[in-house]
Design a protein around this ligand. Structure first.
Ligand SMILES: C[S@@+](CC[C@H](N)C(=O)[O-])C[C@H]1O[C@@H](n2cnc3c(N)ncnc32)[C@H](O)[C@@H]1O
Length: 239
């Protein structure tokens, strides 16, 4: 019987279990990085940064601070580093992740010519500020109450804007991700967590409700679908 996807699922992901060892966690993150490449996952975030650059919002007399929350393997920040280099945008990049294995795996995958800071911690206990806060495949790990808290947290800490890049809850990827992951021989956690992630993810109406509950102003805020099956929220604070 087809699973009911009318509401966000609360089913746990294997990757979120506290006792996952380093080799398993890193193998999952490496497979997720492949998912990000194959599913054109960096494109929405880079398009957001590029739109800020074209509007002159990144023309500051200091490097732009970009914080990636739930940075995992660090592949998004390494991609942002290349984009910034290519456009002559001075940046200071920081990846924050709850799981200490993440900082270790991300540092190990980062070439010496890319200076990126990898830190371990819970975003809700993190005191720092940034010009831009991004996340990828992170918010679906949170229940609605914590998504609202995260939206408020970003709104209070991002000087220029923030960008949430996550999945679109939809029956097609929910059904097809497992067989696809098996065909690519991705880690069994990824095969399990992929469909669960789609079931935990969002439809545009969810974001409407969550943004309203977090009292994020409509002006400068946009919810957009990106092929294939990403649903992203952008916020330009236009200060
Ligand atoms: C599915 S992974 C996404 C990794 C990466 N951003 C990507 O796109 O592949 C979600 C990450 O969020 C991290 N995470 C979960 N809860 C967190 C929290 N409260 N604070 C910081 N990171 C958290 C997890 O440890 C995990 O590495």
């Amino acid at each position: 019987m087809m699973r009911d996807l009318s509401e966000r699922s609360g089913q746990a992901e294997l990757m979120d279990s506290p006792d996952v060892d380093y080799a398993t966690f890193r193998a999952c993150l490496q497979d997720l990085a492949k998912v990000n490449v194959l599913s054109l996952g960096y494109r929405p975030t880079l398009t957001f940064l590029e739109s800020l650059r074209r509007k002159g919002r990144l023309d500051q007399d200091r490097p732009i601070e970009i914080l990636d929350v739930g940075s995992g393997y660090g592949d998004l920040l390494r991609t942002i580093h290349r984009w910034a280099d290519g456009h002559g945008v001075p940046v200071r990049l920081t990846g924050l992740d709850l799981n200490p294995w993440s900082a270790r795996a991300a540092a190990g995958a980062t070439p010496g010519n890319q200076r990126i800071r990898w830190i371990t911690g819970d975003v809700f206990a993190h005191e720092g500020r940034a010009d831009i806060i991004v996340s990828s495949l992170f918010t679906h790990h949170l229940d609605d109450g914590r998504v609202i808290r995260f939206l408020r947290w970003m709104e209070g800490r991002a000087g220029i804007g923030w960008f949430v890049n996550d999945l679109h809850r939809h029956a097609l990827p929910y059904r097809t991700f497992g067989p696809l992951a098996a065909a690519f021989r991705w880690h069994r956690f990824v095969r399990h967590d992929g469909p669960v992630s789609f079931a935990r993810a969002f439809v545009p109406e969810d974001w409407g409700r969550l943004l309203q509950a977090a009292q994020i102003p409509d002006q400068g805020t946009q919810v957009a679908t990106w092929f294939p099956f990403r649903l992203c929220v952008s916020r330009d604070r236009m200060r």
